[in-house]
Design a protein around this ligand. Sequence first.
Ligand SMILES: [Zn+2]
Length: 230
Amino acid sequence: MKRSSAVFLAALAATVLALALAAQFRLVPDRYNPLAPLDLAETPNLMTGTKLWLMEGDPRACAAALRKAGVTLTEMPEQTDRPGCDRRGTITLSKLHGARIRQEEMRCDIALRLYLLDRHDLQPLARQHLGSGVAEIVHFGSYSCRNIRGRSRLSQHATANAFDIAGFRLENGRTISLKSGWDAGGATSAFLHDLRGRACLLFNMVLSPDYNADHADHFHVDMGPYMGCN
Ligand SMILES: [Zn+2]
């Protein structure tokens, strides 16, 4: 081995060891320690994506994080309607942080990201653009045992791994719908476009009215294998 390579490897090992020791002795704050549980109250930072990734497919850790943040939820048993339409690691809930939702069952990975979106993006953006917080997210639901429209492949909705957001009821009584608001211009459009950008940082796939006519009236968000922000 070249001397320079040996020096580099030694420096790398020393850095990793130093970070591990620092975390052990709590010199690194939990919000930057990838092994510390995600605190949903914390403003997301560069480590949040890693923490979310480490929790993916771990419904117990996910439910614990939501409960710690004050969310009331019910963990659901595994259910299979027909091959491909499995619900695993799902929960039902009817309130995120500030916003209610009509009670719905969904994979905890989806609920976790909806909570973060509500608390750290939706509420501040609504106040900034529209001068009011959001009382309710109006939605078309999560679980639906079906294919993607016009295709032979199952939708992420078939495993409750997706959620469709149709609009919002604001605390001041106003209603915002994707269908009429997306292209309306002004503050409503700015709010919805900014919100899509934030959702794209949390979910693997986001489809907006820009994507196709099937999505003219909702945001589709999912945690499937494909990445996209459309
Ligand atoms: Zn959808």
